[in-house]
Design a protein around this ligand. Structure first.
Ligand code: GLY
Ligand code: MN
Ligand code: MN
Length: 451
């Protein structure tokens, strides 16, 4: 019954209105200019084990510009070309194969439903690239996970370089399309923000359900099941990344995903889980007591992380530097850790030398969008970029006191806390998309353990 999947995740029509993709392509191609040819491949499939693949996930750059989600496709963009400005190379219709692996849009669907000016079976790629791309001087291609295609592109370039003295044409420079495309993806449009709000809303419900349900003796995977089923129940593709359900000391492992240990009264539970809805992600973390009641030590650390998070969010507005929220969070974390006796010394020097890193080893923010760690530059040269309206970032400070940290007071050891929200930069400042997930300790104590 089983056969390697080719297109079981394929959608036969784009998720958003065709005009949305057309507008994005126009914008992108205007910036590439008439000398450019752009090759955007589909993500390769990857083997999970033996003859079973991982569930297919399309490439976000291709999805962003075309909505096309089948594997083994290539998009070719030739700005200004009269008849082949937007070309899709796709797996052709094949009733026998489709019986096994799902429907394909095919060459006809690629033009009729995805708006390509022309479409070809993907085995025509070499021939058409030779004919069309050789007329352009700038090739836009990003070396990616498809190493076979990477090699083909190198081969094409070698050939064009060799032939150019006599042909008088062919690409002479290779550009990374991400320089343009990822800057576009970084600034979210109205329809993208609506999808992200929905991804956050679904994750909010999941987090609140988990707070109601966690109990002494339950296993972390039971909470994981509840969260992931809530995502699917609302039509999310699933988790945007493997859900982290970390009870007690497991919360000090940043990317803990084993999720197989029992929960214990007296421990904290850290849940870092976000939904992927129509290819847009949420990314939310809450930490709360399994039995609905913080211990004195847990609460004192929790209040520091919360104060750091609020200070970081307060720094978000158009014109602020991307690293300002991080710097504000670090100030508050270091002050708090000093007050509790977990750090001591010269405050300024400890911050400069990052001596807080045994307790806080990650950054406070990353971009959020179609990828959970979304695309877009954080710096240009040595200059940290400035926030703009429409950007979405996480704010996720934490304190993790390692279980074996001999220098720390034993009563704090093994406690891990992170609080993470998703924040949209607005004209006036910012909007916390995940603001309805409880995080005030009093609210948590009244929500947790009360189904
Ligand atoms: N869930 C991954 C992160 O918070 O960055
Ligand atoms: Mn995050
Ligand atoms: Mn997270």
């Amino acid at each position: 019954m089983f056969e390697k999947s080719e297109s079981d995740a394929a959608a036969l029509a784009p998720a958003l209105a065709p005009e949305v993709y057309a507008r994005r392509r126009r914008d992108f191609m205007d910036r590439v200019g008439p000398k450019g040819a752009v090759i955007l491949p589909a993500a390769p499939m990857s083997v999970r084990s033996n003859d079973v693949d991982y569930t297919y996930r399309a490439d976000n750059d291709l999805l962003y510009l075309t909505g096309f989600s089948e594997p083994e496709a290539v998009c070719l963009l030739l700005p200004g070309h009269p008849s082949e400005e937007y070309v899709l190379f796709v797996s052709p219709r094949d009733p026998e194969r489709e019986t096994w692996t799902g429907r394909r849009a095919g060459v006809e669907g690629a033009t009729a439903r995805f708006g390509a000016q022309t479409a070809y079976a993907v085995d025509k790629l070499d021939e058409k690239v030779g004919e069309l791309v050789s007329q352009r001087e700038h090739l836009y291609f990003r070396f990616g996970r498809d190493s076979a295609l990477n090699h083909r592109v190198v081969g094409w370039m070698q050939q064009w370089q060799r032939l150019r003295p006599r042909s008088g044409k062919g690409p002479i420079a290779l550009f990374d399309p991400a320089e343009i495309l990822h800057e576009m993806r970084l600034r979210k449009s109205r329809e993208e923000i609506a999808l992200m709000r929905r991804a956050v809303e679904i994750a909010t419900e999941a987090h609140v359900k988990a707070m109601h349900s966690a109990r002494d003796g339950m296993h972390e995977f039971e909470i994981e099941a509840l969260i992931d089923s809530t995502f699917r129940k609302h039509g999310a593709n699933g988790p945007a990344y493997p859900s982290i359900i970390a009870g007690g000391v497991n919360a000090t492992i940043l990317h803990y995903t084993a999720n197989d240990q029992p929960l214990r009264a007296g421990d904290l539970l850290l849940i870092d889980a976000g939904a992927e809805y129509q290819n847009y992600c949420s990314d939310i973390t809450r930490t709360f007591p399994v039995n609905g009641c913080f211990s004195r030590e847990q609460r004192s650390l929790y209040e520091i992380v919360l104060a750091a998070q609020l200070a970081a969010i307060h720094a978000i507005r158009p014109g602020a530097r991307f690293d300002e929220p991080h710097n504000r969070a670090v100030d508050v974390l270091v002050d708090g850790l000093m007050k509790l006796g977990l750090m001591s010394g010269d405050r300024k020097q400890m911050i400069e030398k990052e001596e807080y890193k045994p307790f806080y080893m990650h950054r406070t923010s990353h971009w959020l969008g179609m990828d959970v760690h979304d695309v877009g530059q954080y710096k240009s040269g040595d200059t940290v970029r400035v926030l703009e309206e429409g950007m979405v970032l996480t704010v996720e400070p934490g304190i993790y006191v390692p279980a074996e940290h001999a220098a720390s007071d034993p009563k704090f050891r093994g406690i891990g806390i992170r609080i993470e929200d998703d924040v949209l930069v607005t004209a006036e400042g910012c909007s916390i998309l995940s603001s309805t997930v409880p995080k005030d300790p009093k609210d948590l104590e009244s929500v947790c353990g009360h189904a």
